[in-house]
Design a protein around this ligand. Structure first.
Ligand SMILES: O=C(O)CCC(=O)C(=O)O
Length: 345
């Protein structure tokens, strides 16, 4: 998650370095995904393989109930996570904490040349050098509601606290119409992630309210279950690059093939097709959903939930943050690497 370039991240497995994804000083979505996928591949190689005989790995142990400072992760929330691949926790951060995070973000944006009162200065590349705003984040692991959720979802209730809320996802407003993008629908975690147990999650924090068509991350609801079927059936899973597996996954289902087809940008029809109702893919009802909500909400996403960034055709900046949480068995070097794989920040 380093949009600024310059610093290289260590891949201590091979002592190689992974250069930040950049293109003429601008980071493209494709470059971001390449970066995510190469790091996920590192993780995948370092993570122990698991053999299992159960049929649907997206069902978790229902007997676990986690409570932190009176905050419970309920059965309904667990079911939502299993069925949809994501669950929203309301009001994880207080309005005051969000206000402070927004103020820090604006201060950095101003240092990058953004004038809050002059929209001509709101160009996308000025929202890419925001690493500094992570200092001063309210620690994710100190939020009781989030702790309860992570305890309930992770295998054996074990997870390693992220240092901060991760990469800044700031999207400047752009002219409409709002469209579902084709590039790049992706996962941040490897397809070789263990089945039947959660060893990694994506966390999206809404630092500000996010309304429809306001740049909220797009997810394919229940896609984690389609990925699960793919993983179960694909040959040579551990020998293939993530990019190859992604192409194979998309090629297998016309719905996903066309979703990722850059030629198929047919505006309203596309929105209708992918967002108005579920379509059955490999026996699973899926549709594209926008992550919207209020400042302080956190959305927990299954590692196999297919997702993408989205345009912001509203008047205000989209401000979210994205981090990942891992099981302690996840190799710490890979954990460090993957915690900041995206270029923007
Ligand atoms: O900008 C966004 O909303 C997309 C975020 C994303 O793709 C990611 O964190 O992997």
């Amino acid at each position: 998650m380093n949009r600024s370039g310059g610093r290289k991240r260590a891949d201590t497995r091979s002592n190689a370095t992974i250069a930040p994804a950049q293109c003429d000083g601008r980071v493209t979505a494709a470059a971001h995904v390449r970066s995510c996928e190469s790091l996920a591949r590192v993780c995948s190689r370092l993570t122990a393989r698991r053999v299992t005989t159960r049929l649907d790995s997206t069902r978790l142990d229902p007997s676990r109930c986690a409570i932190h400072a009176g905050r419970v992760f309920s059965d309904d929330q667990r079911r939502a996570f299993e069925d949809d691949g994501f669950v929203r926790l309301r009001g994880v951060l207080s309005p005051a904490d969000c206000e402070a995070m927004r103020a820090r973000t604006w201060r950095q944006l101003e240092r990058n040349g953004v004038d809050p009162d002059n929209r001509h200065t709101w160009s996308p590349e000025k929202a890419w050098k925001l690493q500094g705003i992570r200092r001063g984040d309210p620690p994710p692991a100190e939020q009781p509601q989030l702790r309860a959720a992570l305890d309930a979802l992770f295998e054996d209730g074990q997870w390693t606290a992220p240092r901060d809320w991760g990469q800044a996802l700031v999207t400047m407003p752009s002219p409409g119409p709002w469209r579902i993008p084709a590039h790049v629908w992706h996962l941040d975690h490897p397809y070789t992630h263990p089945r039947f147990a959660i060893h990694g999650l994506n966390l999206f924090l809404l630092v500000d309210d996010v309304v429809a068509h306001g740049g909220g991350t797009l997810v394919v609801r229940s896609s984690h279950r389609v990925v699960d079927r793919f993983v179960e059936s694909v040959e040579g899973l551990h020998d293939k690059k993530m990019k190859v597996l992604r192409a194979q996954f998309h090629a297998r289902n016309p719905w996903f093939t066309e979703l990722a087809d850059a030629e198929a940008q047919d505006g309203a029809d596309r929105t209708e097709r992918y967002m108005a109702c579920d379509t059955e893919v490999d026996g699973v009802g899926v549709r594209v959903v926008e992550l919207t909500g209020e400042a302080g909400d956190v959305v927990l996403c299954h590692p196999w939930l297919v997702h993408n960034s989205a345009p912001n055709v509203q008047q205000r900046l989209r401000m979210m943050r994205a981090c990942r949480v891992y099981h302690p068995s996840h190799p710490s070097d890979a954990r460090t690497a993957v915690s900041s794989p995206r270029a923007p920040s």
